[in-house]
Design a protein around this ligand. Structure first.
Ligand SMILES: Cc1cc2nc3c(=O)[nH]c(=O)nc-3n(C[C@H](O)[C@H](O)[C@H](O)COP(=O)(O)OP(=O)(O)OC[C@H]3O[C@@H](n4cnc5c(N)ncnc54)[C@H](O)[C@@H]3O)c2cc1C
Length: 424
Protein backbone atom coordinates (compact mmCIF):
# COMPACT_ATOMS: atom_id res chain seq x y z
CA UNK A 1 0.00 0.00 0.00
CA UNK A 2 1.42 3.44 -0.94
CA UNK A 3 0.43 6.20 1.47
CA UNK A 4 0.39 9.88 0.52
CA UNK A 5 1.72 12.36 3.08
CA UNK A 6 -1.58 13.11 4.77
CA UNK A 7 -2.48 9.46 5.01
CA UNK A 8 0.97 8.75 6.39
CA UNK A 9 0.57 11.41 9.07
CA UNK A 10 -2.86 10.10 9.99
CA UNK A 11 -1.51 6.58 10.21
CA UNK A 12 1.44 7.70 12.36
CA UNK A 13 -0.93 9.57 14.69
CA UNK A 14 -3.20 6.54 14.86
CA UNK A 15 -0.24 4.36 15.89
CA UNK A 16 0.77 6.87 18.59
CA UNK A 17 -2.84 6.87 19.89
CA UNK A 18 -2.84 3.09 20.08
CA UNK A 19 0.55 2.96 21.79
CA UNK A 20 -0.39 5.58 24.38
CA UNK A 21 -3.76 3.95 25.08
CA UNK A 22 -2.05 0.68 25.96
CA UNK A 23 -0.28 2.36 28.88
CA UNK A 24 -3.25 4.22 30.38
CA UNK A 25 -5.52 1.69 32.08
CA UNK A 26 -8.14 4.05 33.51
CA UNK A 27 -9.97 7.29 32.69
CA UNK A 28 -10.80 9.57 35.61
CA UNK A 29 -10.68 13.33 36.21
CA UNK A 30 -7.24 14.90 36.57
CA UNK A 31 -6.30 16.06 40.05
CA UNK A 32 -4.49 19.09 38.58
CA UNK A 33 -5.73 22.28 36.95
CA UNK A 34 -2.38 23.43 35.56
CA UNK A 35 1.24 22.40 35.08
CA UNK A 36 4.47 24.28 35.49
CA UNK A 37 7.56 22.72 33.96
CA UNK A 38 11.22 23.40 34.76
CA UNK A 39 13.33 22.79 31.64
CA UNK A 40 12.84 23.44 27.95
CA UNK A 41 14.37 20.41 26.23
CA UNK A 42 12.53 18.04 23.92
CA UNK A 43 10.82 16.11 26.73
CA UNK A 44 9.62 19.30 28.45
CA UNK A 45 8.25 20.88 25.28
CA UNK A 46 6.58 17.72 24.00
CA UNK A 47 4.94 17.21 27.39
CA UNK A 48 3.76 20.84 27.42
CA UNK A 49 2.46 20.71 23.83
CA UNK A 50 0.51 17.51 24.47
CA UNK A 51 -0.98 18.75 27.75
CA UNK A 52 -1.95 22.18 26.40
CA UNK A 53 -4.06 20.53 23.66
CA UNK A 54 -6.61 19.53 26.31
CA UNK A 55 -9.20 22.27 27.02
CA UNK A 56 -8.87 22.03 30.81
CA UNK A 57 -5.14 22.82 30.55
CA UNK A 58 -5.28 25.39 27.72
CA UNK A 59 -3.44 28.54 28.84
CA UNK A 60 -2.37 26.80 32.04
CA UNK A 61 0.83 25.11 30.96
CA UNK A 62 4.01 27.06 31.73
CA UNK A 63 7.62 26.31 30.82
CA UNK A 64 10.30 27.97 32.96
CA UNK A 65 13.93 27.74 31.82
CA UNK A 66 16.89 29.89 30.80
CA UNK A 67 16.51 30.96 27.15
CA UNK A 68 17.93 28.51 24.62
CA UNK A 69 21.24 29.60 23.10
CA UNK A 70 21.72 27.93 19.74
CA UNK A 71 25.22 27.25 18.53
CA UNK A 72 26.79 25.26 15.70
CA UNK A 73 28.46 22.99 18.25
CA UNK A 74 26.77 19.60 18.43
CA UNK A 75 26.22 19.64 22.19
CA UNK A 76 23.42 17.05 22.44
CA UNK A 77 21.94 14.17 20.44
CA UNK A 78 21.73 14.37 16.66
CA UNK A 79 20.31 11.04 15.48
CA UNK A 80 16.54 11.34 15.76
CA UNK A 81 14.74 8.05 15.30
CA UNK A 82 11.82 8.13 12.85
CA UNK A 83 9.55 7.07 15.69
CA UNK A 84 10.68 10.08 17.75
CA UNK A 85 9.57 12.33 14.88
CA UNK A 86 6.18 10.56 14.99
CA UNK A 87 5.70 11.45 18.67
CA UNK A 88 7.02 15.02 18.38
CA UNK A 89 4.84 15.68 15.32
CA UNK A 90 1.82 14.14 17.08
CA UNK A 91 2.21 16.43 20.10
CA UNK A 92 2.63 19.48 17.87
CA UNK A 93 -0.17 18.49 15.46
CA UNK A 94 2.10 18.63 12.39
CA UNK A 95 3.65 16.22 9.89
CA UNK A 96 7.29 15.16 9.48
CA UNK A 97 7.89 17.55 6.56
CA UNK A 98 6.81 20.59 8.57
CA UNK A 99 9.06 19.54 11.43
CA UNK A 100 12.02 18.92 9.12
CA UNK A 101 11.57 22.17 7.24
CA UNK A 102 11.99 24.06 10.52
CA UNK A 103 14.88 22.02 11.92
CA UNK A 104 16.83 20.89 8.86
CA UNK A 105 16.04 23.67 6.38
CA UNK A 106 13.70 23.78 3.40
CA UNK A 107 14.24 21.03 0.87
CA UNK A 108 16.69 19.12 3.09
CA UNK A 109 15.67 15.71 4.34
CA UNK A 110 18.65 14.17 6.11
CA UNK A 111 17.16 10.72 6.30
CA UNK A 112 18.36 7.12 6.54
CA UNK A 113 15.98 4.33 5.58
CA UNK A 114 18.56 1.69 6.23
CA UNK A 115 21.32 0.95 8.76
CA UNK A 116 24.53 -1.00 8.24
CA UNK A 117 27.39 -1.95 10.55
CA UNK A 118 30.89 -3.40 10.58
CA UNK A 119 33.94 -3.48 12.81
CA UNK A 120 36.46 -0.70 12.19
CA UNK A 121 40.13 -1.43 12.79
CA UNK A 122 42.72 1.32 13.22
CA UNK A 123 46.11 0.74 11.62
CA UNK A 124 49.13 2.71 10.39
CA UNK A 125 47.43 3.44 7.07
CA UNK A 126 44.18 4.63 8.59
CA UNK A 127 40.96 2.83 9.39
CA UNK A 128 39.99 -0.45 7.71
CA UNK A 129 36.40 -1.74 7.77
CA UNK A 130 35.47 -5.40 8.01
CA UNK A 131 32.61 -6.82 5.93
CA UNK A 132 29.59 -4.50 6.25
CA UNK A 133 25.98 -5.68 6.25
CA UNK A 134 22.50 -4.31 6.80
CA UNK A 135 20.77 -4.65 10.16
CA UNK A 136 17.79 -2.33 9.60
CA UNK A 137 15.80 -1.72 6.46
CA UNK A 138 16.80 -2.93 3.05
CA UNK A 139 17.60 -1.60 -0.36
CA UNK A 140 15.16 -1.54 -3.22
CA UNK A 141 12.16 -3.29 -1.69
CA UNK A 142 10.01 -0.18 -1.75
CA UNK A 143 9.82 0.45 2.01
CA UNK A 144 10.12 4.11 2.83
CA UNK A 145 9.65 4.50 6.58
CA UNK A 146 12.35 6.86 7.90
CA UNK A 147 14.59 5.12 10.43
CA UNK A 148 16.86 8.08 11.36
CA UNK A 149 17.00 11.83 10.71
CA UNK A 150 20.27 13.68 11.45
CA UNK A 151 19.67 17.17 12.90
CA UNK A 152 21.39 19.52 15.34
CA UNK A 153 19.77 19.18 18.78
CA UNK A 154 19.72 22.89 19.63
CA UNK A 155 17.96 23.59 16.29
CA UNK A 156 15.43 20.87 17.09
CA UNK A 157 14.75 22.38 20.52
CA UNK A 158 14.59 25.90 19.01
CA UNK A 159 12.40 24.65 16.16
CA UNK A 160 9.89 23.04 18.53
CA UNK A 161 9.75 26.30 20.45
CA UNK A 162 9.01 28.19 17.20
CA UNK A 163 6.29 25.69 16.32
CA UNK A 164 4.73 26.29 19.75
CA UNK A 165 4.57 30.07 19.25
CA UNK A 166 0.85 30.03 18.44
CA UNK A 167 -0.02 27.46 21.08
CA UNK A 168 -1.27 28.34 24.56
CA UNK A 169 1.98 27.19 26.23
CA UNK A 170 3.53 30.07 28.22
CA UNK A 171 7.32 30.45 28.30
CA UNK A 172 9.20 32.19 31.13
CA UNK A 173 12.92 32.77 30.60
CA UNK A 174 14.25 32.07 34.06
CA UNK A 175 16.38 29.45 35.79
CA UNK A 176 14.45 27.53 38.45
CA UNK A 177 16.17 27.26 41.84
CA UNK A 178 13.71 25.24 43.92
CA UNK A 179 10.28 23.62 44.13
CA UNK A 180 8.73 26.75 45.69
CA UNK A 181 10.34 28.93 43.06
CA UNK A 182 8.78 26.79 40.31
CA UNK A 183 5.38 26.78 41.99
CA UNK A 184 5.34 30.58 41.91
CA UNK A 185 4.96 30.51 38.11
CA UNK A 186 1.90 28.22 38.09
CA UNK A 187 -1.20 29.48 36.28
CA UNK A 188 -3.69 27.55 38.47
CA UNK A 189 -4.52 26.66 42.09
CA UNK A 190 -3.69 22.96 41.86
CA UNK A 191 -0.55 22.81 39.72
CA UNK A 192 1.52 19.78 38.84
CA UNK A 193 5.20 20.63 39.29
CA UNK A 194 7.35 19.01 36.61
CA UNK A 195 11.13 18.59 36.58
CA UNK A 196 12.52 18.13 33.07
CA UNK A 197 15.91 19.64 33.84
CA UNK A 198 19.34 18.05 34.12
CA UNK A 199 19.19 18.55 37.92
CA UNK A 200 17.56 15.39 39.35
CA UNK A 201 17.19 16.82 42.87
CA UNK A 202 15.50 20.09 41.82
CA UNK A 203 12.13 19.15 43.36
CA UNK A 204 13.66 17.58 46.46
CA UNK A 205 14.20 13.91 45.56
CA UNK A 206 17.52 12.36 46.59
CA UNK A 207 19.13 10.30 43.85
CA UNK A 208 22.29 8.19 43.90
CA UNK A 209 25.48 8.88 41.95
CA UNK A 210 25.66 7.41 38.42
CA UNK A 211 27.49 4.06 38.17
CA UNK A 212 28.37 4.51 34.50
CA UNK A 213 29.39 7.53 32.45
CA UNK A 214 29.38 8.05 28.71
CA UNK A 215 32.23 9.72 26.84
CA UNK A 216 31.38 10.99 23.37
CA UNK A 217 32.81 13.13 20.58
CA UNK A 218 30.75 14.30 17.62
CA UNK A 219 30.95 16.68 14.68
CA UNK A 220 29.31 17.54 11.36
CA UNK A 221 31.14 15.99 8.41
CA UNK A 222 31.70 17.32 4.89
CA UNK A 223 31.99 14.94 1.94
CA UNK A 224 35.24 15.24 -0.02
CA UNK A 225 35.37 12.05 -2.06
CA UNK A 226 32.59 9.91 -0.64
CA UNK A 227 33.35 6.19 -0.68
CA UNK A 228 32.21 2.88 0.80
CA UNK A 229 30.96 2.38 3.48
CA UNK A 230 29.24 5.76 2.97
CA UNK A 231 26.04 5.23 1.06
CA UNK A 232 23.06 7.48 0.29
CA UNK A 233 20.19 7.42 2.80
CA UNK A 234 22.05 4.87 4.93
CA UNK A 235 23.35 5.15 8.49
CA UNK A 236 26.53 3.25 9.27
CA UNK A 237 27.70 1.98 12.69
CA UNK A 238 31.48 1.39 12.78
CA UNK A 239 32.42 -0.48 15.97
CA UNK A 240 35.97 -0.12 17.30
CA UNK A 241 37.26 -2.55 19.95
CA UNK A 242 39.78 -0.75 22.11
CA UNK A 243 41.21 -1.58 25.54
CA UNK A 244 38.44 -4.01 26.53
CA UNK A 245 35.45 -1.94 25.40
CA UNK A 246 33.75 -1.40 22.07
CA UNK A 247 33.64 2.26 21.09
CA UNK A 248 30.41 2.75 19.17
CA UNK A 249 30.54 4.93 16.08
CA UNK A 250 27.59 6.19 14.11
CA UNK A 251 27.75 8.08 10.81
CA UNK A 252 24.52 9.28 9.27
CA UNK A 253 23.01 11.77 6.78
CA UNK A 254 22.68 15.20 8.41
CA UNK A 255 21.45 18.71 7.81
CA UNK A 256 21.97 21.88 9.81
CA UNK A 257 21.19 25.30 8.31
CA UNK A 258 24.26 26.65 10.18
CA UNK A 259 26.65 24.04 8.71
CA UNK A 260 25.36 23.78 5.13
CA UNK A 261 28.51 22.05 3.80
CA UNK A 262 27.98 19.09 6.09
CA UNK A 263 25.63 16.48 4.70
CA UNK A 264 26.93 13.86 7.13
CA UNK A 265 27.53 13.67 10.84
CA UNK A 266 29.56 11.34 13.06
CA UNK A 267 29.87 10.35 16.69
CA UNK A 268 32.06 7.98 18.71
CA UNK A 269 30.74 6.98 22.16
CA UNK A 270 32.21 4.85 24.93
CA UNK A 271 30.60 3.76 28.20
CA UNK A 272 32.88 3.51 31.24
CA UNK A 273 32.38 2.66 34.90
CA UNK A 274 32.32 5.88 36.91
CA UNK A 275 34.92 4.50 39.35
CA UNK A 276 37.30 3.13 36.67
CA UNK A 277 39.77 6.00 37.02
CA UNK A 278 39.68 6.82 33.30
CA UNK A 279 41.53 9.84 31.94
CA UNK A 280 38.91 12.03 30.29
CA UNK A 281 41.32 14.10 28.18
CA UNK A 282 43.13 11.01 26.90
CA UNK A 283 39.85 9.26 26.04
CA UNK A 284 38.50 12.27 24.20
CA UNK A 285 41.76 12.67 22.27
CA UNK A 286 41.72 9.04 21.15
CA UNK A 287 38.04 9.22 20.26
CA UNK A 288 38.56 12.32 18.14
CA UNK A 289 41.31 10.39 16.30
CA UNK A 290 38.88 7.49 15.84
CA UNK A 291 36.21 9.80 14.45
CA UNK A 292 38.71 11.44 12.08
CA UNK A 293 39.94 8.03 10.96
CA UNK A 294 36.49 6.57 10.32
CA UNK A 295 35.41 9.76 8.53
CA UNK A 296 38.53 9.74 6.35
CA UNK A 297 37.86 6.10 5.48
CA UNK A 298 34.45 7.18 4.16
CA UNK A 299 35.70 10.26 2.29
CA UNK A 300 34.49 12.72 4.94
CA UNK A 301 36.19 15.49 6.94
CA UNK A 302 35.15 17.48 10.01
CA UNK A 303 33.52 20.82 9.34
CA UNK A 304 35.12 23.68 11.37
CA UNK A 305 35.85 21.43 14.39
CA UNK A 306 36.91 24.39 16.54
CA UNK A 307 33.29 25.63 16.29
CA UNK A 308 31.34 22.42 15.91
CA UNK A 309 33.14 19.51 17.57
CA UNK A 310 31.68 18.54 20.94
CA UNK A 311 33.38 16.45 23.62
CA UNK A 312 30.89 15.17 26.17
CA UNK A 313 30.98 13.30 29.46
CA UNK A 314 27.45 12.53 30.65
CA UNK A 315 25.95 10.30 33.34
CA UNK A 316 24.06 7.11 32.55
CA UNK A 317 20.72 6.55 34.28
CA UNK A 318 19.76 3.31 36.02
CA UNK A 319 18.28 0.55 33.84
CA UNK A 320 16.27 -0.76 36.79
CA UNK A 321 14.23 0.77 39.60
CA UNK A 322 14.35 4.50 40.34
CA UNK A 323 12.80 6.62 43.13
CA UNK A 324 9.19 7.69 42.43
CA UNK A 325 8.11 11.30 41.94
CA UNK A 326 6.94 12.99 45.14
CA UNK A 327 3.20 13.79 45.53
CA UNK A 328 2.17 16.80 43.41
CA UNK A 329 5.28 16.50 41.24
CA UNK A 330 6.48 14.63 38.18
CA UNK A 331 10.19 13.98 37.78
CA UNK A 332 9.65 13.72 34.05
CA UNK A 333 13.26 13.52 32.90
CA UNK A 334 14.10 10.86 35.48
CA UNK A 335 11.08 8.82 34.37
CA UNK A 336 11.93 8.84 30.66
CA UNK A 337 15.70 8.46 31.06
CA UNK A 338 17.04 4.92 31.11
CA UNK A 339 20.52 3.55 30.57
CA UNK A 340 23.47 5.05 28.75
CA UNK A 341 22.73 8.05 26.51
CA UNK A 342 24.67 8.99 23.34
CA UNK A 343 25.35 5.54 21.98
CA UNK A 344 22.08 3.95 20.95
CA UNK A 345 20.17 6.94 19.50
CA UNK A 346 17.45 6.42 22.10
CA UNK A 347 17.55 9.61 24.20
CA UNK A 348 15.28 11.76 22.05
CA UNK A 349 12.79 9.00 21.29
CA UNK A 350 12.53 8.34 25.04
CA UNK A 351 11.92 12.00 25.87
CA UNK A 352 9.32 12.30 23.07
CA UNK A 353 7.45 9.17 24.13
CA UNK A 354 7.80 10.10 27.82
CA UNK A 355 6.43 13.58 27.10
CA UNK A 356 3.34 12.34 25.26
CA UNK A 357 2.59 9.41 27.57
CA UNK A 358 3.22 11.53 30.69
CA UNK A 359 0.86 14.30 29.56
CA UNK A 360 -1.88 11.86 28.60
CA UNK A 361 -1.49 10.10 31.96
CA UNK A 362 -2.05 13.41 33.75
CA UNK A 363 -5.16 14.22 31.70
CA UNK A 364 -6.69 10.76 32.23
CA UNK A 365 -5.94 10.55 35.96
CA UNK A 366 -3.34 7.79 35.58
CA UNK A 367 -0.03 7.58 37.43
CA UNK A 368 2.49 9.19 35.04
CA UNK A 369 5.52 7.50 36.65
CA UNK A 370 4.12 4.03 35.98
CA UNK A 371 2.82 4.87 32.51
CA UNK A 372 6.14 6.33 31.33
CA UNK A 373 8.33 3.61 32.84
CA UNK A 374 6.12 0.86 31.38
CA UNK A 375 6.01 2.50 27.96
CA UNK A 376 9.81 2.76 27.84
CA UNK A 377 10.71 -0.63 29.32
CA UNK A 378 11.72 -2.16 25.94
CA UNK A 379 14.01 0.81 25.26
CA UNK A 380 15.81 0.37 28.59
CA UNK A 381 16.13 -3.35 27.94
CA UNK A 382 17.69 -2.84 24.50
CA UNK A 383 20.03 -0.18 25.86
CA UNK A 384 21.06 -2.58 28.65
CA UNK A 385 21.80 -5.39 26.18
CA UNK A 386 23.86 -3.03 24.03
CA UNK A 387 25.86 -2.09 27.13
CA UNK A 388 26.45 -5.80 27.89
CA UNK A 389 27.61 -6.43 24.31
CA UNK A 390 29.95 -3.47 24.15
CA UNK A 391 31.46 -3.55 27.64
CA UNK A 392 31.07 -7.11 29.03
CA UNK A 393 31.53 -9.35 25.97
CA UNK A 394 33.35 -7.08 23.48
CA UNK A 395 35.66 -9.85 22.19
CA UNK A 396 32.74 -12.17 21.43
CA UNK A 397 30.75 -9.34 19.84
CA UNK A 398 33.77 -8.41 17.70
CA UNK A 399 34.28 -12.01 16.54
CA UNK A 400 30.61 -12.45 15.72
CA UNK A 401 30.56 -9.17 13.78
CA UNK A 402 33.44 -10.45 11.61
CA UNK A 403 31.71 -13.78 10.97
CA UNK A 404 28.19 -12.48 10.37
CA UNK A 405 26.96 -8.93 11.00
CA UNK A 406 23.37 -10.06 10.57
CA UNK A 407 23.70 -12.68 13.30
CA UNK A 408 25.60 -10.36 15.63
CA UNK A 409 22.98 -7.63 15.20
CA UNK A 410 19.89 -9.87 15.12
CA UNK A 411 18.80 -9.33 18.71
CA UNK A 412 17.96 -6.84 20.01
CA UNK A 413 19.01 -4.56 17.15
CA UNK A 414 17.30 -5.86 14.00
CA UNK A 415 14.45 -7.33 16.07
CA UNK A 416 13.85 -3.89 17.57
CA UNK A 417 13.20 -2.12 14.27
CA UNK A 418 9.76 -0.98 15.45
CA UNK A 419 11.46 0.97 18.25
CA UNK A 420 13.39 2.92 15.62
CA UNK A 421 11.51 3.53 12.40
CA UNK A 422 8.51 5.73 11.86
CA UNK A 423 5.18 3.91 11.66
CA UNK A 424 4.73 5.03 8.04
C1 LIG B 1 26.99 13.80 22.97
C2 LIG B 1 25.58 13.31 23.03
C3 LIG B 1 25.11 12.54 21.99
C4 LIG B 1 23.80 12.06 22.00
N1 LIG B 1 23.35 11.34 20.95
C5 LIG B 1 22.04 11.04 20.87
C6 LIG B 1 21.50 10.51 19.68
O1 LIG B 1 22.20 10.27 18.70
N2 LIG B 1 20.17 10.26 19.64
C7 LIG B 1 19.36 10.51 20.71
O2 LIG B 1 18.15 10.28 20.60
N3 LIG B 1 19.84 11.04 21.84
C8 LIG B 1 21.15 11.32 21.95
N4 LIG B 1 21.63 11.93 23.08
C9 LIG B 1 20.71 12.21 24.19
C10 LIG B 1 19.83 13.40 23.85
O3 LIG B 1 20.60 14.53 23.55
C11 LIG B 1 18.86 13.73 24.97
O4 LIG B 1 18.31 12.56 25.47
C12 LIG B 1 17.78 14.60 24.38
O5 LIG B 1 18.31 15.80 23.90
C13 LIG B 1 16.63 14.84 25.27
O6 LIG B 1 16.90 15.82 26.20
P1 LIG B 1 15.77 16.29 27.19
O7 LIG B 1 14.50 16.55 26.47
O8 LIG B 1 15.67 15.32 28.29
O9 LIG B 1 16.25 17.64 27.73
P2 LIG B 1 17.68 18.30 27.85
O10 LIG B 1 18.18 18.60 26.49
O11 LIG B 1 18.53 17.54 28.80
O12 LIG B 1 17.25 19.67 28.45
C14 LIG B 1 17.23 19.96 29.82
C15 LIG B 1 16.96 21.43 29.90
O13 LIG B 1 16.87 21.80 31.28
C16 LIG B 1 17.27 23.14 31.34
N5 LIG B 1 17.65 23.43 32.72
C17 LIG B 1 18.74 23.00 33.38
N6 LIG B 1 18.72 23.50 34.62
C18 LIG B 1 17.59 24.22 34.74
C19 LIG B 1 16.99 24.96 35.81
N7 LIG B 1 17.57 25.05 37.01
N8 LIG B 1 15.82 25.58 35.56
C20 LIG B 1 15.21 25.48 34.37
N9 LIG B 1 15.72 24.80 33.35
C21 LIG B 1 16.90 24.18 33.54
C22 LIG B 1 18.42 23.29 30.39
O14 LIG B 1 18.49 24.62 29.93
C23 LIG B 1 18.04 22.30 29.29
O15 LIG B 1 17.50 22.97 28.19
C24 LIG B 1 22.95 12.37 23.10
C25 LIG B 1 23.43 13.15 24.16
C26 LIG B 1 24.73 13.60 24.12
C27 LIG B 1 25.25 14.45 25.27
Amino acid sequence: MTLNLDDRTQYRDHCVDQFVGRHLPKVSPSEYDSAVIAGNGIGAQVFAAQLAKHPQFAGKVTIVAPPLVESRRLINGVSLRGLAADFISYALGIDHSTLLEVIAGRGNTPVAYRQTASMAVRGRDGVRFTHRATWHGSRGNGRSEPVIYGVRNSRLVGGIRELLTDSSVRFIDEKVSSRDHLRGFAAGDKPLLVNATTIPSLLGTTVGKPKQLVLAVQAPLMPSSLKEPAEAATAFAPLIRREGIIDVGYITPFSDPESPRSTWYGIIARVVDADSGFDKEREHRIMVEELEGVAAGMGLTMDDPEETLAKALVPASPWGKIPPSQPGTLDLKRMYSGGAPCYYADGMVSSAIGGVVGAQAIVTGNDPDTAIRNALRPYRWHNFLWWIETTKIPLLADMLMRVSVRTAMAYPHSAGLRLWRSAA
